[in-house]
Design a protein around this ligand. Structure first.
Ligand code: SAM
Length: 281
C-alpha cells in the first residue's frame, strides 16, 4: 500500500508557532523532503528530531520529485517542508502535490503558519473576498500586463515580494492602481521587528525614501471601488408608464420610480412625456 505525502507548515519566524500535530508528523515520517536541507536541519535540531532529509527545490524538482514519488509508492511516508510557511504556496511544493495525486498517492495538508493569511488578517483591509497573487512577474512587460489585468479587481489583493524589489513593485502598483489606493505593508511577521504599515501606495513610496526595506514583506492592497451600474432609464420609464396605466398620475408614478431607482423624478417625468410624444417606449 502506498504511503502518504504530508504537507507540513513550519514557522514563518516564531518557532513556537509549530503545532503539536506538525511535530508529530515530522517525528513519524520515514523521511522529510525539504526546500533547503540546511534550514530544515536547524528546525529539526530545535525540535530535537533526527530524520533523513532529502532535497526538493525549484532546481532539482524534475529529478527529485519522481524519486520521492517512488519511495511513497513503496509504502514510505514523506513530510514535505519548505523554508518557512505552508508548502505549495508560492513554492515548488505545488508540483510534488500534482505528481503524487497523479500517482494515486494520498496527500494530507496540515494547517499552520502561512504568511499571506497572517498578513491579511491584521491588514485592516476587507477580508471577506480576497485574491492571492503571489510574486508578480519579474519582467517589466509581463508585470505591467498582470497589473493591467488587476486594475479593476475589487477584491483585496495579496502579493509576496523580496525586499530588494519592494521599491520597483510599489512603483508599478502605484502606476497601475493610482497612488491613493490603500496598502498594508506587512513586514517580518511573527518576528521581533514585526510591523504593519497601513498607508497608501503613494505614502508607502514616500516612506521608502527615508527607511530602506529590510526583512520579508507581504503586500496587502485594497481592491478597486466597484463600478456602480448606471440606472437603466428606459426600463424606469416603462415602469412609470405601467404605473400610469394602473391609474397613478404621471407625477406620482415618476416620484415612485425615482425613489426606487435613484433617478431624478423630473428626469423621469420629462422622459416619459417625451416618449409619449414620439410614441417610442
Ligand atoms: N509558502 C510560504 C507561505 O505561504 O507562508 C511562502 C513562501 S514564499 C517563497 C516566501 C515569501 O513569503 C517571502 O518573499 C515573503 O513575501 C513572504 N513571507 C514569508 N515569511 C514572512 C514573514 N515572516 N513576514 C513577511 N513576509 C513573509
Amino acid at each position: 500500500m502506498p504511503g502518504t505525502l504530508y504537507l507540513v507548515p513550519t514557522p514563518i519566524g516564531n518557532l513556537s508557532d509549530i503545532s503539536d500535530r506538525c511535530r508529530a508528523v515530522l517525528a513519524d515520517a520515514d523521511f522529510i523532503a525539504a526546500e533547503d536541507t540546511r534550514v530544515s536541519l536547524r528546525l529539526l535540531n530545535a525540535l530535537d528530531l533526527k530524520k533523513e532529509l532529502v532535497s526538493y527545490h525549484e532546481h532539482n524538482k524534475a529529478r527529485s520529485g519522481p524519486a520521492i514519488v517512488k519511495r511513497l509508492e513503496s509504502g514510505e511516508t514523506c513530510a514535505l517542508v519548505t523554508d518557512a510557511g505552508t508548502p505549495a504556496i508560492s513554492d515548488p511544493g505545488e508540483d510534488l502535490v500534482r505528481l503524487c495525486i497523479d500517482a494515486g498517492i494520498t496527500v494530507c495538508a496540515i494547517p499552520g503558519p502561512c504568511a499571506l493569511v497572517t498578513a491579511l488578517c491584521a491588514s485592516g483591509l476587507p477580508t471577506g473576498r480576497f485574491c492571492f497573487e503571489g510574486f508578480l512577474p519579474m519582467q517589466k512587460k509581463e508585470r505591467a500586463v498582470r497589473l493591467a489585468e488587476l486594475k479593476s479587481e475589487t477584491r483585496t489583493m495579496i502579493f509576496y515580494e523580496a525586499p530588494h524589489r519592494l521599491g520597483q513593485t510599489l512603483e508599478a502598483l502605484a502606476a497601475a492602481f493610482g497612488g491613493g489606493r490603500r496598502i498594508s505593508l506587512c513586514r517580518e511577521l511573527t518576528k521581533l521587528y514585526e510591523e504593519y504599515t497601513r498607508t497608501t501606495l503613494a505614502g508607502a513610496l514616500e516612506l521608502l525614501q527615508t527607511a530602506p526595506p529590510r526583512g520579508e514583506y507581504v503586500l496587502v492592497v485594497e481592491g478597486a471601488q466597484p463600478v456602480q451600474n448606471a440606472p437603466d432609464i428606459q426600463a424606469a420609464v416603462r415602469q412609470v408608464q405601467s404605473l400610469m396605466r394602473d391609474g397613478l398620475s404621471r407625477k406620482a408614478a415618476a416620484k415612485h420610480v425615482a425613489e426606487q431607482t435613484g433617478i431624478k423624478k423630473n428626469e423621469l417625468y420629462e422622459a416619459s412625456l417625451a416618449i409619449n410624444e414620439t410614441g417610442e417606449a
